[in-house]
Design a protein around this ligand. Sequence first.
Ligand code: TYD
Length: 189
Amino acid sequence: MQRIIAIEGIDGSGKSTVSRALATYLIKRGHRVVLTHEPYNEGLIELLELTRWKDPVALSLLFSADRALHLREVLSKEADFYVFDRYYCSTVAYQGALGLDLAWLFSISSKFPRPWLTIILDLSVDTALKRLKNDTLAFSRKYESLRKVREVYLKIKDECNGVVVNAERPLEDVIADVISLVESRLSTS
Ligand code: TYD
């Protein structure tokens, strides 16, 4: 069975650290694991820049095309778990926060396998921004956009097969919770 575990959350939520720690844990437990992230293809960033990050429909379709190519490549590798640092709920949350219809965003994702589990790392935008380096957007713009993204993540939790984890705490506590969630899902599936 190909189990996709998606780690989601706003920028600065600690997704990359948590994804790495979860993959390391699962490998130590003897599972075969592929750790991966989206956006995936390097060429995509250039195309995204062409939209100046301003055209939500183009962004959604570009991220989704990237995802289709990514899945084809990554799922061809034999593994028990595929740990994704971002998956299609990122498109729904980020492009949904730009005002697109959430049902349309789920419909363009409907060909992608549903994640076995999505972990939504949830924290205040204040804490997230404090953790972020290399701030590219002006602070107030970033604050407002991440506030909306967070709101959409919480709204779409169930459709994403998601569990919300409080990521306001030290990362080792967050990682411990994520591992026990995965273990308890494993014991019931
Ligand atoms: P990412 O490389 O995950 O950045 P970070 O590690 O800082 O979270 O993603 C880059 C940006 O792309 C991030 O702001 C989220 C955004 N994004 C979308 O808007 N839609 C998507 O479908 C994906 C995968 C990412």
